[in-house]
Write a protein that binds this ligand. Structure first.
Ligand SMILES: Nc1ncnc2c1ncn2[C@@H]1O[C@H](COP(=O)(O)OP(=O)(O)OP(=O)(O)O)[C@@H](O)[C@H]1O
Length: 258
C-alpha cells in the first residue's frame, strides 16, 4: 500500500464479544481504511470470523453472543444509542461466505433479489441494468449473459461464488466482508476471485478473513493478525510479512504455530 493517508471507513474500539461465559474477543481496536483490502489472519479459533461478523451485526443472529465496545461506519455507530438500522447496515456492509450459497433460484433472480426486497429499482429495465452491472463487476457477465434464466445451482463452484459477490454488490454496499471466500474453490477459481477482489477495492472497502497467508499477501493492503481473541499487530501487508514487530506474528507467519 502506498504511504498516502486514506480515509477510515470503519473503526472498532474496545470491541469485546462473549459467547455465553467465553470471551472470544478481548478488546479489539482497529481502523479499516476506505477502498483498501484489509486481511484478518491468525490461527483457528482466534476470533477472525467473530470480529468480521461484528462489522455487520451478524453476531446478533447467534444466540448467547454479546458484543460490547464501539464500531462505526463513516462515524455512525453500529451498536447502542443512535445505531444504524441493522437492515440498512447489512445493505451498506454486505457479506460473502466461505461456501458459495446461491439461492435455489435463477441466476437473474439471485442478483435481483436484494434490489427487489429493498425497493431499489422502479421498473424492469432498471432491474435488468442493475443485474447486468452487478454481474459485470463480479466478472461473471460474459459467462452467464445467455443463461440468466438457468438455475444458479447449475454453475460451477467458482461461478457460484462470483454470483454471490454479484448478489452482494447488487444492493450497492460500501463495504464487503468476505469470510474465507476461496476456501471451497480450486486454484483457478481462487485466482479469479482474487483478481476480482483487487478490482473491487477501487470501489469498495473490503475486509477478508483468510487462512492462507499467501492469499493475504496477494490480495490485501493491510493485514491484522489475531491470536486468542486479541489483535496482536496490524500494518501494511508487506511489512507484516517481511518485518513483523511482534514475536507472535513472526512465529505465525514463519509457520512455527497455527
Ligand atoms: N456460535 C458460537 N458459540 C460459541 N462459541 C463460539 C461460537 N462461534 C465461535 N465461537 C468460539 O469463539 C472463538 C473464536 O471463533 P471464530 O470462529 O471467530 O475464530 P476464527 O479465528 O474465525 O476461527 P477459524 O479460523 O477456525 O474459522 C473460538 O474459541 C470459537 O470456538
Amino acid at each position: 500500500m502506498s504511504d498516502q493517508i486514506v480515509e477510515t471507513k470503519m473503526n472498532a474500539a474496545s470491541v469485546r464479544v462473549h459467547y455465553g461465559a467465553k470471551e472470544a474477543l478481548k478488546g479489539i481496536d482497529l481502523d479499516i481504511p476506505a477502498n483498501r483490502v484489509t486481511a484478518l489472519i491468525g490461527p483457528s479459533g482466534c476470533g477472525k470470523s467473530t470480529f468480521l461478523r461484528c462489522l455487520n451485526r451478524m453476531n446478533d443472529t447467534i444466540v448467547g453472543a454479546k458484543v460490547s465496545g464501539t464500531i462505526t461506519l463513516d462515524d455512525e455507530p453500529l451498536y447502542g444509542d443512535g445505531a444504524i438500522d441493522p437492515v440498512l447496515l447489512r445493505m451498506r456492509v454486505g457479506m460473502v461466505f466461505q461456501k458459495p450459497n446461491p439461492f435455489p433460484k435463477t441466476i437473474y433472480d439471485n442478483v435481483a433479489f436484494g434490489p427487489r426486497i429493498h425497493g431499489l429499482v422502479p421498473d424492469k429495465d432498471s432491474l435488468d441494468a442493475m443485474v447486468a452491472d452487478a454481474l459485470t463487476k463480479a466478472g461473471l457477465w460474459v459467462e452467464v449473459k445467455d443463461r440468466l434464466g438457468d438455475m444458479a445451482t447449475g454453475l460451477s463452484g467458482g461461478q457460484q461464488q462470483r454470483l454471490c459477490i454479484a448478489r452482494a454488490i447488487a444492493v450497492r454496499p460500501e463495504v464487503i466482508l468476505m469470510d474465507e471466500p476461496c476456501s471451497a474453490l480450486d486454484p483457478i477459481a481462487t485466482a479469479k476471485v482474487e483478481e476480482l477482489i483487487d478490482e473491487l477495492a477501487e470501489s469498495y472497502t473490503i475486509v477478508i478473513v483468510t487462512h492462507s497467508m499467501q492469499q493475504a499477501a496477494r490480495v490485501s493492503h493491510l493485514t491484522a493478525f489475531f491470536h486468542l481473541g486479541s489483535l496482536i499487530e496490524v500494518g501494511p501487508t508487506e511489512r507484516i510479512f517481511t518485518a513483523p514487530e511482534q514475536q507472535l506474528t513472526q512465529g505465525y507467519i514463519t509457520g512455527r504455530f497455527g
